[in-house]
Ligand binder design. Structure first.
Ligand SMILES: Nc1nc2c(ncn2[C@@H]2O[C@H](COP(=O)(O)OP(=O)(O)O)[C@@H](O)[C@H]2O)c(=O)[nH]1
Ligand SMILES: [Mg+2]
Length: 286
């Protein structure tokens, strides 16, 4: 799938992230809990080098809690710590703060042993578009944010906001472009809203999502759309939704495009249940 990611923007964004990474003690890598691998950017691992990082499984309110636990365990088996969070309500943000402090502890002790003056721990948020970086930033910074950032012209250079527990957060999240390495990743990114629909036809995304839901999480579909048990194929599902919601073209045929948009929107709002679109690789998979 050819996705024109404006190479110029991408290079600039990457350079900015690389520059800012130098300034912090810990990186908060925000991913979508429904697609933790597909919404991560493999390049970040190279950019951050050995800098400690905490994975934030954001939008955990929309993900299947059992799957989120499996992901946490899987990431731990890979030597990475992951914490679920909800950037909208702030649920889990306390855990993000606690885990961050724990992860930077060794570094801070080393600095102290070398006789350095005590200073605030510095953090930055990084992630692909639409995973909830700004929401999380606002939640972490709380009310203090407006006060710190409101001096245009006076404060030059980087803006930092204070976070509970002697930490400072870079006021601008680092943005990395998603890596659409194959079609499955593109479909998942589009289904969750991380990839604008202009890149993949909306009907294709909805068909894929419909097939996935019919197979792995049909209860939400059945109750929301009164779906008869006989419906097992995405085409029938779309026809059924179109009829129920009156999304018809002249002549009474289903309007695929509007139906596809409706299905995606209702999924993205969590109206079809808490659903995770990918599970950790099985042992032995590669
Ligand atoms: N349900 C839910 N929605 C969220 C969460 N975090 C962010 N959002 C929504 O996701 C969209 C993108 O969030 P935003 O913070 O702008 O993402 P950014 O592009 O990474 O900065 C917005 O509509 C948010 O309201 C979350 O944890 N749960
Ligand atoms: Mg943002």
């Amino acid at each position: 799938m050819g996705v024109p990611w404006y190479p110029g923007h991408m290079a600039k964004a990457r350079a900015l992230v690389r520059e800012n990474v130098q300034l912090v003690d810990l990186i908060l890598e925000v991913v979508d809990a429904r697609i933790p691998l597909s919404s991560s950017n493999p390049e970040l691992e190279k950019i951050r080098g050995r800098k400690p990082s905490l994975l934030v499984l954001n939008k955990a309110d929309l993900a299947d809690p059992a799957a989120t636990t499996s992901w946490q365990e899987w990431f731990r088996s890979q030597g990475r710590e992951a914490v679920p969070a909800d950037g909208l309500t702030g649920q889990g943000v306390g855990d993000v703060i606690k885990a961050s402090r724990r992860l930077v502890q060794p570094l801070m002790e080393k600095l102290r042993a070398r006789g350095r003056r005590r200073r605030a721990v510095r953090l930055m948020i990084v992630g692909i578009p639409n995973v909830g970086k700004s929401s999380l930033l606002n939640r972490l910074a709380g009310r203090k944010r407006a006060a710190t950032g409101a001096k245009p012209g006076i404060t030059r250079g980087k803006q930092w906001v204070k976070v509970e527990g002697e930490m400072e957060l870079l006021d601008l999240p680092g943005i990395l472009w998603p890596r659409v390495e194959d079609e499955a990743i593109g479909l998942k990114l589009a289904a969750t809203g991380a990839l604008p629909l202009e890149y993949i036809p909306v009907e294709e995304v909805a068909f894929w999502l419909g097939a996935f839901l019919l197979k792995t999480a049909p209860e939400g579909l059945r109750s929301r759309y009164d779906l008869p048990p006989a419906v097992e194929e995405p085409e029938e599902l779309m026809e059924h939704i179109a009829k129920r919601r009156g999304l018809l073209l002249p002549g009474g045929v289903a309007d695929w495009e509007r139906t596809a948009r409706l299905l995606l929107m209702e999924f993205q709002r969590g109206l079809l249940g808490r659903i995770t679109l990918e599970l950790p690789p099985e042992e032995g998979d590669q």
